[in-house]
Design a protein around this ligand. Sequence first.
Ligand SMILES: *[C@@H]1O[C@H](CO)[C@@H](O)[C@H](O)[C@H]1NC(C)=O
Ligand SMILES: *[C@@H]1O[C@H](CO)[C@@H](O)[C@H](O)[C@H]1NC(C)=O
Ligand SMILES: *[C@@H]1O[C@H](CO)[C@@H](O)[C@H](O)[C@H]1NC(C)=O
Length: 960
Amino acid sequence: MMDLEKDGLPPYSYSALPEVKIGGTKQAPQLKNKRRSMRRSRAVRFVTLACLLFIAFAQWKQSRGLPGPHHPRKNHGLSIDRLQENLATCAKLRHKPKNPTGLGRERNARYVDGQKPTLIRNATVWVGEAVGATSEEDARAGHGFAWIKADVFIQRGLIQTVEADISLASLPEDTLIWDAKGRQLTSGIIDMHSHSGVDSLPNLVGNDDTNEMSSDITPYVRSIDAIQPLDPQFQVIKSGGVTTSLVLPGSGNNIGGEAYVVKHAIGQADGRSELSAEDMLADPDRNWRYMKMACGENAKRVYGKAGERGPYSRMGESWAFRQAFEHAQKLVREQDDWCAEADAVGIEHMSHYLPEDLEWESLGAVLRGQVHINTHCYTIPDLEAFVDHTNEFKFPVRAFHHAHSTYLVPEILKRAYGDQTPASAIFADNMYYKAEAYVGSEYAGKILFDNGFDTIYVSDNPVINAQHVLFEAARGYKYGLPYHAALASVTSLPAHYLGLGERIGKIKPGFDADIAVWDSDPLSVGAAPVQVWIDGTAQFKDPVELNKSVSSPIVPDPSLGVIPGEPVRVKDIVYTGITRSLLPGMEAPATTEEGSLTLVVLDGKIQCFGSCEAELRQASDAKVEVISLANGYVTKGFTAFGSLLGLNEIDMEADTDNGPSRGKAFSRGVDGLALDTKKLGVAHRYGVTKAITAPKYRYGISRHGTSVGFRTGAANSLEDGAVWGEDVAVHYTLSLAAKGDTTPSISSAVGALRSALLEAVTSEEEKKITDRFSEKAFLRKVVRGETALVVSVHSADTIAALLRVKKEVEAAAATKLRVAILGGAESHLVAEQLADAEVGVVLAPLLSYGTSWEERRALTGAPLTNGTAVDALVAAGVVVGIGLYEDWVIRDLALHAGIALRNGGGKVTDEEALEMISGNLYKILGVEEPEGEFLVFEGNPLEITGRVRGVGGSRFVDVV
Ligand SMILES: *[C@@H]1O[C@H](CO)[C@@H](O)[C@H](O)[C@H]1NC(C)=O
Ligand SMILES: *[C@@H]1O[C@H](CO)[C@@H](O)[C@H](O)[C@H]1NC(C)=O
Ligand SMILES: *[C@@H]1O[C@H](CO)[C@@H](O)[C@H](O)[C@H]1NC(C)=O
């Protein structure tokens, strides 16, 4: 029966026509009707004859007293043809899919004729599994994994040979040779949670097909019916080495619909023969089907309208699930009964056709074990309820996604129905955005691993740019997941949970030839592919290669596996083993070996940095604790700019948020400051000691009012030194979020800003100012050049409009305005003009990926573009800062600076990179950077393994 599917008829329609053969060749569908009617007349004759024979047989049998049907049923006027189709359908209903094999294939079913064999020479290869004799237990612990020196030969879309020094003489003449120059080679990355193609970028209403919102339970919709192969994000994702994605419907619905595994080779430019979603299917034979389900906040928020429709609560959601499964179960039972009866008595005795119902067909297939379920569930009640459903209706779940709480409830996971415990498909450290994401841990991956579960890192593209899903895995490693498990989390593990573990995710003979060669260790900061192959075809014609020398793979650092406790506040502490200080004014003495420096802190103050022999003795006498570091670093504290830290705790919970100004209300951040929150605690312990935060305008990076400069570790705003800048800068918004009630268009928003500034120029205005904290008073400071004007804006065109306004106001005021940009996705297009106007840019995010129309011309980096915005701005001489576009990024600020460093082609130094998250922000705003804080790191803070071991204030050190 699988032939039907191989013919290209969709397996999801069990009412599909049976295959008809004429002279041994498969017949085109339009010819089927004629052939079918011919068959029918022959069949009717056959059935008539059969009936006559049966009657004769029954009478003979009755006369012999043999058991049998006492009332033999006749064909109740039903079409025998259709009954036969029904019987064929029974075989499909009973079919138990198996994982498709890899080895033994002559060619990859996706192979396009004419593509040449390729030899990738001199690579450092990660096979993706432990060497031969390693036991399963040892392999889980990481034994038997290694980077090996090898060549990889690929032909007919398959990996043929992985061996050192493959002889050219043994290969076909037309083999393409590609020299890896010793660089690291892995399987293509697999993202098990993507909406690329259905949530195309840039976001446009006309292109949004993520959720079928007409009903909460839509198992009958299919993502393949909406996948737009021309979504530019597919190519961006591929430029991060991602070759395969599971494209899921969104999580608005409890049951969202069927999902499809696609590869990112699209159309002729990528070596395909056609431009279609069908052609993108990773497994053209469609052995497995996939379905998205979701529990928790989304469905009740989207559908819950009291008195009109549900579900309104998690209780209602569970009922919606159970009722849906009950429907499907009923269909399955009726079908099974029919098929069993048809087998027993023959179709000619059936009194009705096979029960079929397209609405419940796919969910029936779930209950038949033909569909891999991926369910979005955050919280313990969600997980527990869903596990309960799996046992009530007897279906397995492959993975819980957004599974922020799975690490807390191993016993619940173990209770899930089936042989395979569900994996957790998670982000590394993205949390806090809604109540169910408020409980989360960056150590979840490690904890799950330690409990014997599998962690898979996913993007939820475009929630996270899937181009960098590998960076999620890298941070998984940073937070304690072993190196081999972190690599597996985006290669072999998702492959396994997709049922494609013999096809993708490893570099072995018989696997599909999906390969990425990296410019640096794949788990290092800023790693980018230099080339990517899908089914053996190189995907980038003219890839941009960053200026990075070939480096050795990371040597896994087992100390990362120790989860640090809560910071302890002390006054006296000694750190030894320091290699380098990046703290301005405290540079390391010239001749020191690695780790030979000591930092002595007494009474909260740095007493000594260097060899510090006398101070060490003194500290030892006083029994001060000594922390010995491996490769220690000292830096200044970091600053969060552009976030909502201090004004917001959970994005989607209004009660936890200062609230949006939405138009008229211009306010001061200091008046809304709410300190001592969980988010601020995290900021502080990750070295972000200060923040500059303005009230939000509406969504995204939009801001309106004055920003407050404060210390993240303060208990309240009255604490000494808590607020170091009451009104650091004046913020307005010219992003798309500016379009609202008071300014319905971008032009009116630009006009309103110009008009307000020009008004502030006239001296009569000054006389009218009675409230020195009013908008007018602050604008007066802006036009005098005393306070910076920070504008949230992404579009290069709107930045151009802003630069014109700046000139016009400067001409009227006869002063120079200090203007800065927050956002700046397209700022690289006007880099020279920004430099001329001395306008600084705080990139938020550092790496835009064109999610909205105003960001669509963002540079996404190598191998697609020559650098990103930061490179163009630095090259033009613009002062650049790195801001936060979402607050959870707080843990990653130093890593983002690391990306600017590593991918800067040697143009940025370590010190300059760290200035992007500290000093440059102050330079851009024209204010003094508050001093007195320092950070102690184990490892380089700009690299994946660097972690904070001490956060020093002026009176104490929080020791981690
Ligand atoms: C492989 O690459 C390394 C690093 O670039 C180089 O030193 C070595 O000579 C290369 N070996 C061969 C056989 O090309
Ligand atoms: C990339 O841009 C830099 C300048 O920022 C230039 O020197 C280099 O030649 C460019 N590389 C390519 C491949 O275009
Ligand atoms: C490449 O980077 C190195 C430092 O890593 C630098 O010395 C060199 O000038 C850079 N080369 C180019 C072409 O930019």
